[in-house]
Design a protein around this ligand. Structure first.
Ligand code: ATP
Length: 300
């Protein structure tokens, strides 16, 4: 009988793997989509993780041939380092994350993680290695416990609770009528933007990736919730290689390196202090946000 069920087990595993990949992408890009063109190379091997160092070498990319979106991007994030990517809307920031996840293949140059070209490793191993806290988290019509456990197959209740504690959402869950068994999503309890982000953080803690992509929400949370979420994210990013796609400059002041993108190119790079001293685009963005923040505070 065991023999009979083995293939089913295997199918289950494949199904979960595909589902995990889809959900990560769906969460990240706000759509369910698969890209048939990206396939594992016949000789693809599993990514050997050594801390998640990232390198983009003269990366070029276009979604369609007439319009180049990335026009030669060079960047590197050492193991444990934090890189922040800023720039105006449409500059290509999220495209960098999509390429790192190998949702598309580069059209020129190459991307490596721990020295291995993304095109030489299996997509399953790549997607296991990267954790994403997306702008907008998709919740399933299931319990909040299930929604967190989703971060890793086979997670125990204790591990789920530990992750929820790390994401500072455990106490909130205990206050719910059925605690971890409370249904959420469209047909259950609706969570606020901040609570949904905490679910995403808890999922990521369970996944425990060496490489982390934080895609900051453009939608405004109230300033207290935002400060609390930032604090939690900073803890999650500790000891991990992290790329932050940032909209709020105040959240990236301590990044090891900040790159400013403009129309598919990196036009400025440095630390927060260094960039302010350059008195260029970043300094201008910083001043503008300071003024906006003051106006928002005055209005609160
Ligand atoms: P934002 O800050 O608004 O999120 P961004 O810097 O992250 O912007 P990207 O999402 O990387 O920008 O998009 C860069 C460019 O690529 C945009 O001009 C966009 O229109 C284009 N683009 C994005 N996705 C696709 C796609 N699937 N097909 C064609 N063009 C696309």
């Amino acid at each position: 009988l065991a023999q009979l069920f083995r293939p089913l087990d295997f199918l289950g595993m494949v199904y979960r793997e595909i589902r995990q990949g889809l959900i990560d992408m769906e969460a990240m890009f706000g759509l369910i989509d698969t890209n048939e063109e990206v396939k594992d190379a016949p000789a693809a091997t599993a990514l050997t993780e050594k801390g998640g160092a990232v390198r983009f070498e003269d990366v070029r990319f276009s979604y369609d041939p007439e319009r180049e979106i990335l026009k030669g991007v060079d960047l590197s994030v050492p193991v444990g380092g934090t890189l922040a990517v800023v720039g105006s809307s449409g500059a290509g920031k999220s495209t960098l994350a999509r390429l790192l996840f190998r949702f598309y293949d580069v059209t020129g140059g190459r991307i490596t993680i721990d020295g291995q070209d993304l095109r030489a490793v299996t997509q399953a191993s790549l997607r296991r290695a990267i954790g994403i806290v997306p702008q907008d988290t998709v919740l399933f019509n299931d319990t909040i416990g299930y929604n967190i456990a989703y971060g890793r197959d086979g997670a125990s209740r204790l591990e789920v609770e530990a992750a929820a504690k790390g994401a500072a959402i455990h106490d909130f869950i205990l206050s719910l009528p059925q605690q971890y068994d409370t249904p959420v999503g469209e047909r259950g309890l609706k969570l606020s933007g901040g609570e949904k982000q905490r679910v995403a953080i808890a999922r990521t803690l369970l996944k425990d990736p060496q490489l982390l992509i934080l895609d900051e929400a453009t939608s405004a949370l109230d300033s207290r919730t935002e400060a609390e979420i930032q604090e939690t994210l900073a803890r999650v990013a500790e000891r991990r290689t992290t790329i932050i796609i940032a909209h709020r400059l105040s959240t990236i002041v301590h990044a090891d390196e900040i790159v400013v993108m403009e129309a598919g190119r990196i036009v400025e790079r440095g630390t927060h202090g260094g960039l302010l001293a350059q008195a260029g685009l970043y300094a201008e963005m910083w001043m503008r946000q300071q003024t906006e923040d003051e106006e928002a505070l005055a209005a609160e």
